[in-house]
Design a binder for this molecule. Structure first.
Ligand SMILES: *Cc1c(COP(=O)(O)O)cnc(C)c1O
Length: 416
C-alpha cells in the first residue's frame, strides 16, 4: 500500500466498520491497546447507571433475585461461551485469571493424582505471562508433594517436554509478548496421547481469535474479560470446564457460592452439580454487569468476521512497517504465518520504551513490554485501516526525526 486513500477504501468496504460506533472512543485517539484494556462500549455508562440507581438503589437486597444478580456469573458465562466454542453451562464469569488458574490447576492435579500419582510435572513456557507461572509455583509449594514446573524456552520444545510424568500442560494460547499462537487442537491431542491434561489460558484469545475448546477436546480454560471483550478495568475473568470433568472432583476454594444449596446455610460443604462449583464467594456485581455490554457487541457479528479483519489489519501493519520504516531498527517478533498469529503485532527496537512514549504523546496508544518490545493490539471491532496507516506514518516520523530522544519519554510510570 502506497497511499492513505487505499486504507480509506478498505474501511469503506469493511463489514465491521459500523461497530466502531458502539464504542466511546475519543476521535483523535488511535487505540492499539485493546489487548490490555478494551475501550468502553457506549452502553456501559447507562448500564452502570441502572445497576447503581435502579437495581442497587431502588431494588436493594431484592435485586439478588429480581435483577438476576445471583445468576449473573452463569448467564454471562453462557453468553461468553459462544465465543470460545463452549457448550451451555460450561463457563462462569468470576474472579481473576490468577484465581481461576489456581482452581483449574488444583482440580487437574487432583484428578491426575487419583489416576496416576507418579505424574508430578506441570509443563509451561518460560515466556508465559508471569502470573500463570507464579500461581503454579504457589500451588506446588502449598501441595508440598514434590510437584515440579517444567518450562520450555521455545514452542518447538513442547513435544519433547510432555513426557509420561506430566500431569498437566498449562499453556497460554496466544503469547502476550510475541503474539505467537499455539495449535490448540494439536497440542491438546499430544498432551492426551501422553496421559496429561491440557489447561489453556485464553487471555489474548477470547474475542480476538476463533477458539474451539470442545472441538479441540481441551480439559480446562481460563481467560479475562477486560482485554478484547471490553468488560472494563478489573472486570471479572472466566473459567471453562467441560461437562465431562465438572463433577469428577472439586476445587479447593470451596466457598459458599460453589455450594449446591448456599442458602441452606449448612455447616458442610457440598459442591454444586456442574460449573457452579467453580464459583467461590460474592461477586462484584457492578463490574460484572458491564461485561454484558462488551459481549453484546459480539452478538452483532461473529468470530469468523472478527478474525478475517484482524488478520487483514495485522497483515497491513506488518507490510507497512517493513516498507515504510525499513532500515529504522525495528525487528518483527510476531509470526507472519496466519495460523501462528494472534491479534497483536510486536516489534523490537533498542529504545522501545522511549519510542512507545513518543507515540502515546502523539495520540497513538500501544504499549511496551520488557525487553525492548513495542506491542500493537488490533481489535477489529473499533480499529480502522486508516488507523494502521496513520500509526505507521507517526512511527516513521518519530524514528526518522529521533524525537523519542526527548528526556520526558524516558520517564517510567508504575504501569508500562
Ligand atoms: C492479562 C493476563 C493475565 C491477567 O491475570 P489476572 O489475574 O486477571 O490479573 C493472566 N494471564 C495472561 C496470559 C494474561 O495475558
Amino acid at each position: 500500500m502506497n497511499d492513505r486513500k487505499e486504507a480509506e477504501a478498505l474501511d469503506r468496504a469493511d463489514p465491521l466498520a459500523a461497530l466502531r460506533d458502539e464504542f466511546a472512543l475519543a476521535p483523535a485517539t488511535i487505540y492499539l491497546d485493546g489487548n490490555s484494556l478494551g475501550v468502553p462500549p457506549k452502553a456501559a455508562a447507562a448500564r452502570a447507571q441502572t445497576v447503581i440507581g435502579a437495581e442497587w438503589g431502588d431494588g436493594l437486597i431484592r435485586s439478588w433475585n429480581t435483577a438476576g444478580w445471583f445468576a449473573l456469573p452463569r448467564r454471562l458465562g453462557n453468553k461468553l461461551g459462544a465465543l470460545i466454542g463452549a457448550a451451555e453451562d460450561e463457563v462462569v464469569v468470576t474472579d481473576t485469571i490468577s484465581v481461576n488458574l489456581f482452581k483449574a490447576l488444583s482440580a487437574a492435579l487432583r484428578v491426575q493424582n487419583a489416576r496416576d500419582p507418579k505424574r508430578r510435572v506441570i509443563v509451561s513456557e518460560r515466556s508465559n505471562f508471569p502470573t500463570d507461572l507464579y500461581i503454579a509455583q504457589g500451588l506446588i509449594e502449598q501441595l508440598d508433594r514434590g510437584y515440579e514446573l517444567r518450562l520450555v524456552d521455545d514452542p518447538a520444545e513442547l513435544p519433547a517436554a510432555i513426557t509420561d510424568d506430566v500431569a498437566v500442560t498449562m499453556i497460554t494460547h496466544v503469547n502476550y509478548r510475541t503474539g505467537y499462537m499455539h495449535d490448540m487442537r494439536a497440542l491438546t491431542e499430544l498432551a492426551h496421547a501422553r496421559g496429561a491434561l491440557a489447561l489453556w489460558d485464553l487471555a489474548h484469545s477470547a474475542g480476538a481469535v476463533g477458539v474451539g475448546l470442545n472441538d479441540a477436546n481441551a480439559d480446562y480454560a481460563v481467560g479475562c474479560t477486560y482485554k478484547y471483550l471490553n468488560g472494563g478495568p478489573g472486570s471479572p475473568a472466566f473459567i471453562w470446564v467441560p461437562k465431562r470433568h465438572q463433577n469428577a472432583f472439586s476445587q479447593p476454594l470451596s466457598g459458599w457460592w460453589g455450594h449446591k444449596k448456599p442458602f441452606e446455610m449448612s455447616p458442610d460443604y457440598r459442591p454444586d452439580d456442574g460449573i457452579g462449583r467453580f464459583l467461590c464467594g460474592t461477586q462484584p456485581i457492578v463490574s460484572m454487569a458491564l461485561v454484558e455490554c462488551g459481549l453484546d457487541v459480539f452478538l452483532k457479528t461473529d468470530m469468523q468476521a472478527v478474525r478475517r479483519k484482524s488478520l487483514a489489519l495485522t497483515d497491513l501493519f506488518i507490510e507497512l512497517v517493513q516498507t515504510r520504516c525499513a532500515g529504522l531498527n525495528l525487528t518483527l517478533v510476531t509470526p507472519r504465518e496466519h495460523a501462528r498469529r494472534g491479534s497483536h503485532v510486536s516489534f523490537e527496537h533498542p529504545h522501545g520504551y522511549e519510542v512507545m512514549q513518543a507515540l502515546i504523546a502523539r495520540g497513538v496508544i500501544g504499549d511496551y513490554r520488557e525487553p525492548h518490545v513495542l506491542r500493537f493490539g488490533f481489535t477489529p471491532l473499533y480499529v480502522r485501516f486508516v488507523d494502521v496507516w496513520d500509526t505507521v506514518e507517526t512511527l516513521r516520523d518519530i524514528l526518522v526525526t529521533e524525537s523519542w530522544r526527548k528526556p520526558e519519554f524516558a520517564a517510567r510510570g508504575a504501569v508500562t
